[in-house]
Design a protein around this ligand. Structure first.
Ligand SMILES: [Fe+2]
Length: 135
């Protein structure tokens, strides 16, 4: 998979969240680059560690946002976040155990993020925007 390029089709219209989503893809792109350029295990290991740290911080921020506006879908949304983080931790563990990080892993990350943002994240984004319109 080529580098993921952000475009407006995945923008939610909540500036702080859109910026964080862009940063998430930047981390995946950095990981892609580290894997493809054959950089050492130390570099790849460091990038995946930072990626997971960023993902967990971003998910916490989204969940705080949903909580602050009493969004009814928080529990289901959090479950999706938790499943993705668990999968990332498995990928990290496999890598530490000496398994090579394949392209399919990077494709999985990009696909999951795009699908989650366009689907699940759109749900809370619409809710927040409707609440704002009601005033
Ligand atoms: Fe989300």
């Amino acid at each position: 998979m080529a580098f993921f390029e952000w475009d407006d089709s995945i923008a939610l219209g909540i500036p702080i969240i859109d910026e964080q989503h862009k940063a998430l893809f930047d981390w995946v792109n950095r990981l892609n680059e580290a894997v493809k350029s054959g950089k050492g295990a130390e570099t790849v290991g460091e990038v995946i560690w930072k990626l997971i740290t960023y993902v967990t911080e971003h998910f916490s921020e989204e969940e705080r946002l949903m909580l602050s506006c009493n969004f009814h879908g928080l529990a289901a949304h959090r479950k999706e976040h938790d499943q993705f983080v668990s999968r990332l931790r498995e990928i990290q563990t496999d890598f530490i155990d000496g398994h090579e990080m394949g392209v399919s892993v990077l494709d999985f990350m990009v696909d999951w993020l795009v699908c989650h943002i366009k689907g699940t994240d759109q749900g809370y984004s619409r809710f927040i925007q409707q609440q704002a319109e009601k005033g």
